[in-house]
Design a protein around this ligand. Structure first.
Ligand code: SR1
Length: 345
């Protein structure tokens, strides 16, 4: 069972808690409190729009359903204050665990610590809350960036002029940025001539405009490292609008069915992405929270490994959807992270 909450006053949250029916049966063979049913968890997100975050949430919901958990979903609107409030609301609703999905660490650390002190277990996905009691789920962002950039070098050699799409302050983007910095040092022939980026309600459209300006100002750019699929979509739009397909290649992170379509369409400049299945990452996050609530240890760093997906490989394999990808690449379709015998998938 999943319920969605938007911003509401604390009183309303408490009224909502009274109105929530406990789930009937528990999970047989599960440790307390899952043996009795009615366990509430919350998913509090900073961003909910876009393919990655929608799939992440649906994976979390599916795993919660399999666990018989009453999952409260607090959608994200890129609003740090609202995300703080939502964590407090979730605690007031009596949830036993909260998955905090992205966000700005400085606005979350103290409310997360307060939630822990009140006995609520916290798991963080892609936000570093700098707290040894908070397990961190991530997609091995260093490896992700490394695979994308190694492919860029394989395709373009060790000397090229690049544009880079980046917004500081988001843990996955910061980790990918560390690898970009490392690569530029290792390969001095790679020259970053333009840098831009935005994370907002219309990321791809904003990045499209920024990329057009950068590509017009720097016609020498042949490679764009855009390690977030919304970034890559924006850059692809710009490349196509400027008639630069065939000259500029885009390397990204993340994948969705819509992304596969964009990557494999005729003359697409988006030539490679490195990705996990976001639904699997959502499921892993809920499993980690459930293990913590049951008194277990899900581990400090819970990693879901990404896979390199080149345009060529996708075309050769005839993959057109995420489901087909999961069937063809088993490592993409599931993860062994945060598992327990009592947790059904
Ligand atoms: C704004 S951060 C965007 C990234 O978060 C997740 O880690 C996805 O991989 C996406 O690229």
């Amino acid at each position: 069972m999943t319920r969605r909450f938007s911003r509401w006053p604390l009183g309303a949250a408490l009224v909502g808690a009274v109105a929530i029916p406990a789930l009937a049966a528990g999970l047989s063979g599960a440790p307390a409190p899952f043996d009795k049913g009615g366990v509430k968890l919350a998913l509090v997100s900073y961003i909910s729009a876009g393919d990655f975050f929608e799939a992440y949430q649906s994976g979390a919901e599916a795993q919660a359903k399999a666990l018989g958990v009453d999952l409260r979903v607090f959608p994200g609107k890129q609003d740090a204050t609202e995300e703080r409030d939502q964590i407090e609301q979730a605690v007031n609703l009596g949830v036993k665990g909260i998955v905090i999905d992205h966000g700005l660490p400085e606005s979350l650390k103290d409310v997360a610590q307060k939630a822990l002190e009140s006995g609520v277990k916290i798991v963080a996905f892609d936000v570093n809350l700098d707290n040894p009691k908070i397990p961190q789920v991530e997609q091995s962002d260093h490896q992700l960036a490394r695979l994308a950039l190694e492919q860029a070098i394989k395709d373009n050699g060790e000397k090229f002029k690049a544009a880079y799409v980046y917004v500081a302050g988001f843990a996955p983007l910061d980790r990918r940025d560390e690898v970009w910095t490392e690569f530029k040092k290792k390969y001095p022939g790679i020259e970053e001539v333009a840098r831009f980026g935005a994370v907002n309600a219309t990321t791809a459209a904003t990045v499209d405009d920024q990329a057009k300006a950068a590509l017009r100002a720097h016609p020498e750019i042949t490679v764009v490292f855009a390690p977030y699929d919304e970034f890559a979509r924006g850059v692809k739009l710009a490349v196509n609008e400027l008639g630069l397909a065939g000259k500029v290649k885009v390397y990204s992170a993340d994948v969705s069915t819509a992304d596969i379509r964009e990557i494999t369409e005729k003359d697409s400049p988006w030539v490679a992405t490195v990705a996990t299945n976001p639904a699997v990452v959502g499921a892993v996050s809920i499993r980690a929270a459930a293990i913590a609530v049951a008194g277990g240890d899900p581990g400090k760093e819970i990693i879901v490994e990404p896979t390199l997906l080149t345009q060529e490989a996708l075309k050769t394999a005839g993959v057109t959807t995420i489901e087909e990808l999961s069937a063809k690449v088993p490592a993409f379709g599931r993860s062994g992270a945060a598992k327990a015998a009592w947790i059904p998938e």
